[in-house]
Design a protein around this ligand. Structure first.
Ligand code: MRU
Length: 355
């Protein structure tokens, strides 16, 4: 079993094709930006942080092969590539945030009188390569903040966690966000059990989260999405922890479709509800969740199952890939690398930490 979504060394990028999991662990070479765009769109790699990392690394692979002599030409190529990558999965904000950071960096480098096309290329590649390690480091910090917070409020020695979608090593550079919190609890010996949803229609929970939980030998049970309310009522769940694709200034959060109804059910049953995500999933440019663009996916993801039609031909289909959980349903807090925050205070925390 492999838990590495991404394998990289300078000039070469491989991704684990997540469409084949859990049956086959097969790596696919990514030759450059166009190939990365397509495999992200096809969901061979998914999860907001992993999308950004693969997108940026595909640019590093292409940069490694290029031999521009004029720095402005290289800068144009980088900006156009980043703009293109951002269109692959519009709700996941991490790619857009990384693109902004790299574009700003390019502008400042090009302005330096001593910079050359070669030095720009070298610095960009190094900056992109740094993203892999930074993401894993951040996730481990998120994991320990989340675990400590959950335990400080728990009424039992060991806790039971419910999670949705896949937020683990396969959705990030490694370790994971919500699944990182679960991994931290497990390593502390304070996790009794995990309930993970199958996460229709794409089954990231059934195919990928179960794969990661079984890899780490974490005691876990798979449930259908429609069983969440019943599980919250019957299974002594201590907390719900989910990831995020886009968190905006007021704390509203876009995450995998189904998250919103889990938050409603958690509130009804008095179960603390957490969102775990790196600050690179936060976006202070948008004020509220209503402004987030929600990706709609192809109808076949709902009408077909493993290539077999399961719905009557001609039926109408609506397939939004994400929903918005309003900040007041995130009752226990948003976990970032900076700590656990009341969603209404997230803006202030981010401004304080970033400035
Ligand atoms: O459509 P996906 O599989 O890319 O959606 C993934 C999610 O919604 C995750 O919860 C989110 O990206 C956080 S992953 C650390």
């Amino acid at each position: 079993m492999s838990l590495e979504a991404v394998r990289y060394r300078r000039g070469r990028l491989l991704i684990l094709n997540q469409l084949l999991l859990p049956g086959q662990a097969e790596y696919e070479e990514v030759g450059g930006v166009r190939a990365a765009w397509q495999l992200i769109r096809d969901m061979k790699v998914r999860g907001a942080p992993a999308i950004a990392i693969v997108g940026c690394l595909s640019l590093a692979v292409e940069l490694h092969q290029r031999e521009e002599s004029v720095k402005e030409d290289l800068a144009t190529f980088v900006r156009e590539s980043l703009d293109y990558l951002v269109t692959s999965r519009p709700t996941a904000v991490n790619m857009a945030r990384a693109a902004q950071d790299l574009s700003d960096f390019v502008v400042s480098e090009v302005q330096r009188p001593d910079s050359t096309a070669e030095s720009l290329k070298e610095k960009l590649i190094s900056r992109i390569e740094g993203l892999l390690e930074k993401d894993i480091r951040t996730n481990k910090i998120i994991g320990s903040h989340g675990a400590e917070h959950i335990l400080s409020r728990a009424k039992t020695d060991k806790v039971i966690i419910l999670t949705h979608c896949n937020t683990g090593s396969l959705a990030t550079a490694g370790y994971g966000t919500a699944l990182g919190v679960i991994r931290s609890l497990w390593s502390m010996g304070r996790l009794e059990h995990v309930y993970c949803t199958e996460t229709r229609p794409y089954n990231q929970g059934a195919r990928l989260t179960t794969y990661e939980l079984m890899h780490d030998k974490i005691p876990a049970t798979l449930i259908a999405d429609s069983m969440v309310a019943m599980a919250l009522k019957e299974k002594r769940i201590s907390a719900v922890v989910v990831g995020a694709d886009h968190i905006v200034a007021n704390g509203d959060t876009a995450n995998k479709i189904g998250t919103y109804q889990i938050a409603i059910a958690a509130l009804h049953h008095g179960v603390p509800f957490y969102v775990a995500a790196p600050s690179t999933s936060c976006d202070l440019a948008l004020e509220s969740g209503e402004q987030i663009v929600i990706e709609e996916r192809p109808v076949g993801e709902l009408t077909d199952f493993n290539g077999v039609h399961v719905a009557a031909p001609g039926i109408g289909v609506w397939n939004p890939a994400f929903d918005i959980t309003p900040h007041d349903l995130i009752t226990a807090g948003i976990i970032t690398e900076f700590g656990v925050h009341d969603p209404r205070e997230l803006r202030k925390v981010l401004i304080d930490k970033i400035s």
